[in-house]
Design a binder for this molecule. Structure first.
Ligand code: APR
Ligand code: ZN
Length: 361
C-alpha cells in the first residue's frame, strides 16, 4: 500500500512510497482503511525531533476511516464500521484508566514505541504516536478505533481525532470554563480554533484570539472570538476587556516557552493558564518563586484535552450535529497523499489562513 514515510528524524519531507505494509491483525487489533487525515503541527514537531518519534516511521495521527478486519477477540467493532482513530487509546485496566484519567493511560502508547506496526520495503517501521494515518491502512489496538455513526463524514471524524478533542476538551474537560468567563487564546491554528469554539460553547463572555499572523484573525472571529490581536497588542486589549485585571483563563496553543510565559502573564491573579501546546524537552519556562506564590495563578496542563475518546468522540459529534461546533468551516484545504509535502510546507510556513488541511484517500 501507499504511505508517507519519515526516513529519519530531521527530514523536512516525507517520502510517499508504495512498498509499505502493515503487520498482521492480532487478536485484539483491527485493520482500518484510512479515509481522511488532518495535518497537525505535532507531526511537524515530531519530524524535526521536537517530540519523541521513531524512524523510519509513518507520520499522521489525526485520522478516521473504516474497519476492514477485526481480530478474533474484538467484539465491539465489525467490518464496515466508521471509526475515529485515537492516539491515546485507553486500555481500561490500568490505574490511570480505572482512576478516571484514561488520557494518561500509557499501556498502548508505550507499546507503540516498541512494537512497529508497519514495514517499509520489508523493514520494520513505526507509526507516529501509535498511529500513522498518512497511510492507506493501519493496524491498531481495537481500543484505538472509536465507532461513529455512518453519516459522520470521514473528514469531520478525522478533525475530532486530535485537534478538536484536544482543543474543545481543554476547555470543557480540563479547565471547565464557566459561563461568563473571560478567555484569551494564544495561537489560532487548528487546535487554537478548537479552543475558541470550546470557549464559545462554554459560554465565555469575552474570547480574545492572539496570533502574530493577521490572516488567522478572521478565522478566529468567525469561530467565536470576540476580539483578535497580535501578541504585542494583547496588553492593551486586556486593559479594555478585563480592566487590566487579566483573563480568567489564558490558553497556550502554540507549544513554546515564550507563549507559555505569555499565557501566565495574561491570566488574572487566581486565574488559570491552560497549557495545550506540545512543547519540546529543550525549552524552559522561567517563573520567580515569588510570583508563583503571590499571584496564585494556576498553571494547568491539558494533555489530549483530558479526553476519554470513548465518551468525548460522541460528545463532539453531538455538538457538531447541534450546529454548535463548526467543523466543515475548519477545513481550509483537501489534498491527496501525493501532495503531503505541500501540506506540511504550508503548515510550517504558517504565514497563511490555514486552519486544517485534510488528506483524503
Ligand atoms: N503568539 C501567538 N500565536 C503564535 C505565536 C505567538 N508568539 N507564534 C506562533 N503562533 C501561532 C501561529 O501563527 C499559528 O497560527 O500559533 C498557531 C499554531 O497553529 P498551527 O501551526 O496550526 O498548530 P496546531 O496544529 O494548531 O497545534 C498547536 O498544539 O497540540 C499542539 O503540537 C501542537 O504544539 C502544537 C499546538
Ligand atoms: Zn495533533
Amino acid at each position: 500500500m501507499k504511505a508517507a514515510v519519515l526516513k529519519q528524524i530531521g527530514d523536512a519531507e516525507l517520502e510517499v512510497r508504495s512498498d509499505v505494509a502493515t503487520t498482521e491483525v492480532g487478536p485484539d487489533e483491527v485493520r482500518v482503511r484510512v479515509k481522511a487525515s488532518g495535518i497537525c503541527h505535532t507531526d511537524l514537531s515530531a519530524m524535526n525531533g521536537g517530540l519523541p518519534a521513531l524512524a523510519p516511521g509513518i507520520m499522521g495521527h489525526e485520522g478516521a476511516g473504516e474497519v476492514v478486519t477485526t481480530g478474533e477477540r474484538v467484539t465491539h467493532l465489525q467490518a464496515g464500521d466508521r471509526v475515529v482513530l485515537s492516539f491515546v487509546p485507553p486500555c481500561s485496566r490500568c490505574a490511570a484508566c480505572l482512576g478516571g484519567q484514561p488520557y494518561l493511560c500509557e499501556v498502548h502508547v508505550v507499546d507503540s514505541f516498541v512494537s512497529p506496526r508497519f514495514a517499509v520495503a520489508d523493514e520494520p517501521a513505526f507509526g507516529f504516536a501509535g498511529c500513522g494515518t498518512f497511510a492507506e491502512e493501519m493496524v491498531v489496538p481495537a481500543e484505538a478505533a472509536v465507532k461513529v455513526d455512518d453519516d459522520v463524514p470521514h473528514e469531520i471524524a478525522a478533525l475530532i481525532a486530535c485537534g478538536v478533542l484536544t482543543g474543545v476538551g481543554s476547555v470543557l474537560n480540563t479547565a471547565k470554563v464557566e459561563p461568563g468567563s473571560t478567555v484569551a487564546v494564544i495561537g489560532c491554528g487548528g487546535v487554537g480554533i478548537s479552543v475558541i469554539q470550546g470557549a464559545r460553547i462554554a459560554g465565555a463572555s469575552q474570547i480574545v484570539a492572539v496570533d502574530p499572523v493577521v490572516a488567522k484573525h478572521d478565522a478566529a472571529l468567525r469561530f467565536g472570538a470576540t476580539r483578535a490581536t497580535t501578541p504585542d497588542g494583547l496588553a492593551e486589549v486586556s486593559r479594555e476587556v478585563t480592566g487590566g485585571r487579566g483573563f480568567d483563563y489564558a490558553f497556550e496553543v502554540v507549544g513554546r516557552a515564550a507563549t507559555i510565559r505569555a499565557a501566565y502573564d495574561a491570566a488574572r491573579r487566581g486565574g488559570t493558564a491552560v497549557i495545550v501546546g506540545a512543547g519540546s524537552q529543550e525549552e524552559k519556562v522561567e517563573f520567580s518563586a515569588q510570583e508563583l506564590f503571590v499571584n496564585e495563578r494556576n498553571i494547568v496542563p491539558s494533555f489530549y484535552g483530558s479526553a476519554d475518546p470513548r465518551r468525548d468522540t460522541g460528545r463532539m459529534v453531538a455538538l457538531w450535529r447541534a450546529g454548535l461546533l463548526d467543523l466543515e468551516g475548519m477545513i481550509s484545504r483537501r489534498l491527496p497523499l501525493a501532495d503531503i509535502n505541500d501540506g506540511l510546507a504550508a503548515l510550517r510556513s504558517g504565514d497563511n489562513a490555514v486552519v486544517r488541511q485534510i488528506v483524503t484517500f
